[in-house]
Design a binder for this molecule. Structure first.
Ligand code: NAD
Ligand code: IPM
Ligand code: MN
Length: 345
């Protein structure tokens, strides 16, 4: 029995989590393979316990076989002494989740919904590998009434391990890694590029190229099919992945997995709590469904992950589409349609 810690979180987090759990349970109807246990996290935990990352939640995560996270955050907690976002960063750091894997795949079901031309996006299948536990997010911060600074710090070992991860993933794919940096300006990027070249020596069967982040931001939209694996630092990865969500047509369809070297992994959508649509039962749950799929795949249950993913695309092709993609299906209706497609109900 695998123990899965569920952190539904804030805003649309609980809505998409409910959907994804219903779907995965429909796929494993009489199989007590997973024990799902919910814990407070984010703003919801601030309300209940006065902290976004209660000790009990962290302990449960440390002892879990996997963690599923919906989303956290809301403007109402942005001035809290300890914000939901800081709670998320602390959780990532505590579990050493340095490797954030964000697949961006435009399957044919998305083609009618992408704002970009079909000939540009068709066939897009790239993986963005984002360093998640260092860089400007975690360097020293200073803030006074007149001055502020954020230190962008990287140790070569932090660069080395994320580059290795990217090459390992590339070996299961087309063996092409693009390392994205700003080495024409930033010292951290100069070190990044040097270490990337060193790590590339360990993977002579793979190709490494370097690209500046500004030009990569353009190329991702202009010629997304040119990419196989993109590896980049924390902040660039955050920005480029939201940008890349324009390719399939919505932030609400992109999933992620965050891994440490040997501990528990966490699975979460790349988007946030979407306060603008929370509580309306209109969020797209595909991001969470595919995140659960990434968890299943890591447990050797890829065929079930594939079934869930294909069922989502099939219902989209039937015209069952949430409003972020221009449809008018509710989260509940979408969930029911996927379960029906999977043979449940
Ligand atoms: P957001 O990602 O929550 O939303 C951006 C836009 O995308 C909104 O218009 C939203 O409605 C839409 N959107 C996002 N997910 C969707 C879905 N599944 N279905 C349909 N539409 C969807 O970004 P934001 O509004 O800048 O941030 C809101 C809050 O979320 C902030 O507090 C932020 O810090 C937090 N946040 C949390 C995470 C996380 O939990 N990992 C990630 C990003 C942002
Ligand atoms: C993400 C989010 C987080 C990040 C925030 C909420 C701290 O945007 O997971 O992409 O910037 O890493
Ligand atoms: Mn983000």
């Amino acid at each position: 029995m695998k123990k899965i810690v569920v952190l539904a979180g804030d805003g649309i987090g609980p809505e998409i989590m409910t959907s994804a759990l219903q779907i995965v349970k429909a796929c494993l109807p009489s199989n007590p393979y997973f024990a799902f246990e919910s814990y407070a996290f984010g703003g919801q935990a601030i309300e209940q316990y006065g902290t976004p990352l209660p000790k009990k939640t962290l302990q449960a995560c440390q002892q879990a076989d996997a963690i599923l996270l919906g989303a956290i955050g809301d403007p109402k907690w942005e001035n809290a002494a300890y914000t939901p976002e800081k709670g998320l960063l602390d959780l990532r750091r505590a579990l050493d989740l340095y490797a954030n894997i964000r697949p961006i795949k435009v399957t044919d079901a998305f083609l009618p919904f992408s704002p970009l031309k079909e000939q540009i996006v068709k066939g897009t299948d790239l993986v963005l590998v984002r360093e998640l536990t260092s860089g400007i997010y975690f360097g020293e911060k200073k803030l006074s009434a007149t001055e502020a600074s954020d230190l962008n710090y990287y140790h070569r070992e932090e660069i080395r391990r994320i580059l290795r991860k990217a090459f390992q993933i590339a070996r299961t794919r087309q063996r092409r890694v693009v390392s994205v940096d700003k080495a024409n300006v930033l010292a951290t990027s100069k070190l990044w590029r040097k270490v990337a070249n060193e790590v590339a020596q360990e993977f002579p069967d793979c190709q490494l190229t370097h690209q500046y982040v500004d030009s990569a931001a353009m190329k991702i939209l202009q010629q997304p099919t040119a990419f196989d694996v993109i590896v980049t630092e924390n902040l660039f990865g955050d920005i480029l992945s939201d940008e890349a969500s324009v390719l399939p047509g919505s932030l609400g369809v992109l999933a992620s997995a965050s891994h440490s070297l040997s501990g528990v992994s966490l699975y979460e959508p790349i988007h946030g709590s979407a306060p603008d649509i929370a509580g309306k039962d209109i969020a797209n749950p595909i991001s969470m469904i595919l995140s659960v799929g990434m968890m299943l795949t890591s447990f050797g249950m890829k065929s079930i992950a594939d079934q869930m993913e294909q069922a989502c695309y099939q219902v989209m092709e039937d015209g069952v589409v949430t409003c972020d993609l221009g449809g008018n299906t509710t989260t509940t209706e979408f969930t029911d349609a996927v379960i029906k497609k999977l043979g449940g109900y």
